[in-house]
Design a binder for this molecule. Structure first.
Ligand SMILES: Cc1ncc(COP(=O)(O)O)c(C=O)c1O
Length: 452
């Protein structure tokens, strides 16, 4: 994110001298000053020191409303009393053991009971590991090698997740209906390019054509039921059901990556669209703020992880199922009733409409795409339907808007993403929309010209 408007940047710099100082020190010993690309920010990120409910406090003592909840993980907000109590009690009784524990079974049961398609489940410590194992399982189950994935999809940072997820140079993309497999990063094993097929999101005909050509080698189709990192772009009606049909025809394993979208309904977005994948990956909310992820699905596939199965897939991981994460996740999941999801999603829709109404009242062309408690603001004259739309429509206005909101006491992702948490109610929505109004009012004159 780079902001050229002197006023927003000056306010940011003036209000965060301690973050500036710590960031300068951090950059000497941590490349870029942070261990997570998504928390890197120009000129420097704000260092956060505490959070309670929907509010966080930075190193300079400034409090803000947090509209991001660690990229959607903190669905109950920060330091929810049930989660805090569970973690405190467990910390005093041992954080992890080289043994399975009762809360691991309880959290597994919670997922199996909520998500119809998950008959059996395994835990991991990150979504990256969960998608890596889901892909490996699909290969082992089918005896095939090719993984089909979507342009602009995000499945973490292992090699097979790092193809065509964030390529911003249109010259590399290839034809829209037949995207090139392009590495997202240096350092990948080039062999991964030969066994990855890249698909265009929301274009079922093109997907069908490409996948049929690869039918004999196709191990899996992995898809986010709503493109998350690329801007909260929902699948169009029938798209996911169409992928289910293609998977059935080709014998490929259909993997839904619901690491972000599990928060939209007790049974995940799959329960809303009525499509049953073979495997599902989840994470974020299931750990109550601690590093927990999971992959699960059809028992006949998952049984390949069972050590009594000949040629089983081993799953190392010192912290897989660590009890402290299991109790945190269990405490968080048990707070989530059907009513919780419904009111959270309703508030999300209300805030989403509010963002757009306020921006458009200043003639600023803007869209907010998403579902329920997850949305992304786009400054463009057309709503994006796939990754390319989102990239091509991207404007430097977004960075200024995000910094403006930070200055007004509201945090969202630099890419314009919002993930509501339950402590955000009517008063907080009004407070946020007032902030959007102030930022829009003082910048509209410059932005409108740049966006038309
Ligand atoms: C859809 C999706 N898949 C995978 C991941 C990777 O999860 P993690 O960051 O826990 O490795 C994320 C993280 O944002 C995600 O949103």
């Amino acid at each position: 994110m780079s902001v050229t408007v002197a006023s927003e940047l000056e306010t940011y710099l003036a209000s965060s001298p301690k973050s500036a100082e710590l960031s300068a020190r951090a950059r000497e010993i941590i490349p870029g000053g942070t261990t997570r690309t998504s928390t890197y920010l120009q000129p420097y990120p704000l260092y956060q020191v505490s959070g309670a409910g929907c509010r966080v406090v930075d190193l300079d003592g400034r409090e803000r409303i947090d509209l991001l909840g660690n990229y959607s993980a903190l669905i109950l907000g920060h330091a929810h009393p049930s989660v805090t109590a569970a973690v405190q009690a467990q910390a005093a009784a041992g954080a992890s053991f080289a043994a399975p524990t009762p809360p691991e079974v309880a959290l597994a049961a919670e997922l199996v009971n909520r998500i119809d398609s998950i008959e059996q489940v395994r835990f991991a410590s990150s979504g990256t590991e969960a998608t890596m194992f889901a892909m490996r399982l699909a290969r082992a189950f089918t005896g095939r090698t090719v993984i089909a994935r979507f342009e602009g999809g995000y499945h973490g940072s292992h090699d097979y997740a790092s193809i065509s997820g964030s390529v911003t140079d249109p010259a590399l993309w290839g034809a829209r209906e037949r995207p090139n497999p392009v590495p997202d990063t240096a350092g990948l094993d080039p062999a991964v390019l030969d066994t990855t097929v890249v698909l265009p999101f929301n274009d079922l005909e093109a997907c069908s054509r490409i996948l049929t050509e690869h039918a004999d080698d196709l191990a899996a189709i992995i898809v986010e039921p709503m493109l998350g990192k690329s801007g909260m772009i929902p699948a169009q009606d029938g798209f996911l059901a169409g992928l289910r049909e293609i998977a059935d025809e080709t014998g490929a394993v259909l993997i839904f990556d619901e690491i972000m979208t599990l928060r939209l309904a007790p049974g995940g977005l799959q329960s809303v669209v009525g499509v049953r994948p073979d495997l599902t990956t989840s994470g974020k909310i299931i750990g109550g703020g601690l590093p927990v992820a999971a992959f699960g699905g059809r028992a006949d596939i998952m049984q390949l992880m069972n050590p009594t199965t000949p040629g089983f897939l081993p799953q190392g991981g010192t912290f897989n199922g660590a009890i402290i994460g299991m109790v945190a996740g269990l405490a968080q999941m048990q707070e989530l009733t059907t009513g919780t999801y419904a009111s959270l999603n309703a508030n999300g829709e209300r805030l989403r409409r509010g963002f757009v109404d306020v921006l458009r009242s200043h003639d600023i062309p803007a869209f907010a795409t998403g579902i329920g408690s997850l949305f992304n603001v786009h400054f463009s004259t057309q709503a994006p339907h796939d990754y390319r739309d989102a990239i091509l429509g991207e404007s430097t206005v977004l960075a200024e808007f995000v910094m403006g909101l930070i200055n007004e006491g509201v945090l969202l992702a630099p890419r314009g993403m919002v993930a509501l948490s339950t402590p955000i109610g009517e008063d907080e929505i009004a407070e946020v929309l007032d902030a959007v109004e102030r930022v829009a009012a003082r910048n509209a004159a410059r932005w409108v010209g740049r966006l038309s």
